[in-house]
Write a protein that binds this ligand. Structure first.
Ligand code: PEP
Length: 250
């Protein structure tokens, strides 16, 4: 069965609650595409108002992060049960900005992935190399290691429903998009890695996104690749351009 594309916006630390409502209202008529699962991953404080504004539309509201414990003395964190209660179905795990600024590691990513599945939330698991790693020719080894650790103790059935976002760090927020060949090569290698860990059926089912300066002008070519099942979009998800990205095939 063909995989359904999934295109997710990552708002990062942008939009106050009232701005979030305004942005959802602006984008909702622009992001209608039955061929695509559309997700807006928003700051925690925006989840409930954005969810309300998106009611009755095809937009899923997702989270940008989640903690791996159930509850308790973890000041400032957000629990999986809080996300579930708010109606969240998707959560970004291990974005490179969280790894860089908030000390997330492959091990904490794995704990969060397991916890998300335990609560029925689909993780969007981020991976990707630095420019130095690419220049040293270790991109695929590095990304395979990230994936192998992120999916430790995850069942095949869970993995089949997961989303992986391949995001070369040098392409995030820089306007420097990976070439279509570079993006496809790594997304394909990720799928092969999933086949090695699990089996061909799991690899055929899992959705692999590309992220890194996706725009209205490069989305169609990137998403046409065999192993690229959509995108994780930062900057352009805050603009009407996101409508063109979601409707890349129209
Ligand atoms: C991201 O935040 O995941 C991202 C890919 O950002 P941008 O699209 O702005 O490069």
């Amino acid at each position: 069965m063909a995989r359904k594309k999934i295109i997710a916006g990552n708002w990062k630390m942008n939009m106050t609650p009232s701005q979030a409502v305004e942005l959802v209202n602006t984008l909702k008529p622009l992001v209608v595409n039955d061929d695509v699962d559309v997700v807006f991953c928003v700051p925690a404080i925006d989840i409930i108002p954005a969810m309300e504004a998106a009611k009755g539309t095809n937009i899923h509201i997702g989270a940008e992060n989640m903690y791996f414990e159930e509850k308790g003395a973890y000041t400032g964190e957000i629990s999986p049960a809080m996300l579930v209660d708010a109606g969240v179905k998707y959560v970004i795990i291990g974005h490179s900005e969280r790894r860089e600024y908030f000390a997330e590691t492959d091990e904490t990513v794995n704990k969060k992935v397991l916890k998300a599945f335990e609560h029925g939330i689909t993780p969007i698991v981020c991976c990707g190399e630095t420019l130095t790693q690419r220049e040293q020719g270790v991109t695929i080894d590095f990304v395979r290691q990230q994936i192998k650790i992120a999916f430790l103790n995850v069942s095949a059935e869970q993995a089949a429903s997961a989303v992986i976002a391949y995001e070369p760090i040098w392409a995030i927020g820089t306007g420097k998009v990976a070439t279509t060949e570079q993006a496809e090569e790594v997304c394909k290698a990720i799928r092969e890695c999933i086949a090695e860990i699990y089996d061909e059926a799991t690899a055929a089912a899992i959705r692999v996104q590309y992220g890194g300066s996706v725009s209205a002008s490069n989305a169609a070519e990137l998403f046409a690749q065999d192993d690229i099942d959509g995108g994780l979009v930062g900057g352009a998800s805050l603009k009407p351009d996101f409508g063109q990205i979601v409707c890349y095939n129209k």
